[in-house]
Design a protein around this ligand. Structure first.
Ligand code: C2E
Ligand code: CA
Ligand code: CA
Ligand code: CA
Length: 275
């Protein structure tokens, strides 16, 4: 019967096809998300340990899906990367966050450095520097307030090209940090050649730094490396007072994590800065 046919057909579709279907749905939805205004930017503060002051924020994209609710960037950023959608989405995040920080500056809030993530595809996109310069000009954000976070693997993917782009960004007054540091495969000689200002210790090492001696050793090594190379160092994923206290003792410069605040909408961050 027809019914059996339908059932057997559904039976026929493998998990692989279901996954491909899900992935396609995500791609189609993501294409429309930008135009429909479903994307938004959250901000997570970075606190300086020496002063307990919030010195910067990291912009993190969120997708408010009409049916599914908040979709995590961990799920859709890889799809955006594969499809090239990351190029317009990345430019949108940068523009939106720059506009926001300029608004905060004009409102007389304490000055904040804005960190924006750049994925591998964006980093090697045609005329990246031109795109960024244009957004800075149009939004009126001065380049010294912008920091771009690139992962260790992005930087190591094509070292010569990466150094060239980084130098060009630096010449324009933009700073760079290496995100998820310790999880990639960079050698110390490369790290010293990259014109970066900051290392961000990956949260996987912070998570169990108290419980695991090996992770504590890595955290210490990264902080001491930063000191030797005269780089700023920031720990991400800090959730507990004890982690904070250790990091302060070790002279880590800044911390970021749920202990201070999760990523929040612009209005909530503003409240946090005002009290
Ligand atoms: P990331 O750049 O390493 O960002 C840090 C992630 O850790 C964020 O996840 C943040 O919400 C989360 N986090 C912060 N503090 C804590 C904590 O104390 N505990 C725990 N468990 N997690 C914490 P999120 O926002 O889901 O972003 C995931 C990744 O997606 C980011 O990792 C980044 O690679 C990517 N991403 C997010 N926004 C953008 C964007 O605008 N552009 C690009 N290219 N990638 C983005
Ligand atoms: Ca980041
Ligand atoms: Ca990270
Ligand atoms: Ca100290």
């Amino acid at each position: 019967t027809k019914e059996t046919g339908g059932t057997s057909y559904r039976f026929y579709t493998s998990d692989m096809n279901d996954m491909a279907g899900k992935r396609l749905k995500l791609e189609i939805g993501l294409r429309k998300a930008l135009e429909r205004g479903e994307l938004t930017v959250y901000y997570q503060p970075k606190m300086e340990l020496a002063t307990n002051q919030i010195k910067g924020v990291e912009a993190l994209i969120r997708w408010q899906h009409p049916q599914r609710g908040l979709v995590s960037p961990g799920e859709f950023i890889p799809v955006a990367e594969e499809t090239g959608l990351i190029i317009p989405i990345g430019a949108w995040v940068l523009r939106t966050a720059c506009e926001q920080v300029v608004r905060w500056q004009k409102a007389g809030l304490p000055p904040l450095k804005l960190a924006v993530n750049l994925s591998g595809k964006q980093f090697s996109q045609e005329n990246l520097v031109g795109m960024i310069k244009q957004i800075l000009q149009e939004t009126g954000l001065s380049p010294e307030w912008l920091e771009l976070e690139i992962t260790e693997s992005t930087a190591m993917n094509n070292v010569a090209q990466a150094i060239e782009i980084m130098n060009e960004l630096k010449r324009h007054g933009i700073s760079l940090s290496i995100d998820d540091f310790g999880t990639g495969y960079s050698s110390l000689s490369y790290i010293s050649r990259f014109p970066i200002s900051t290392l961000k210790i990956d949260q996987s090492f912070i998570r169990e730094m108290i419980e695991r001696q090996d992770h504590m050793a890595i955290v210490k090594a990264i902080i001491s490396l930063s000191k030797s190379l005269q780089l700023k160092v920031i720990a991400e994923g800090v959730e507990h007072d004890q982690q904070r206290d250790y990091l302060e003792q070790l002279d880590c410069h800044e911390i970021q994590g749920y202990l201070i605040s999760p990523p929040v909408p612009a209005n909530d961050l503003e409240k946090l800065l005002r009290d």
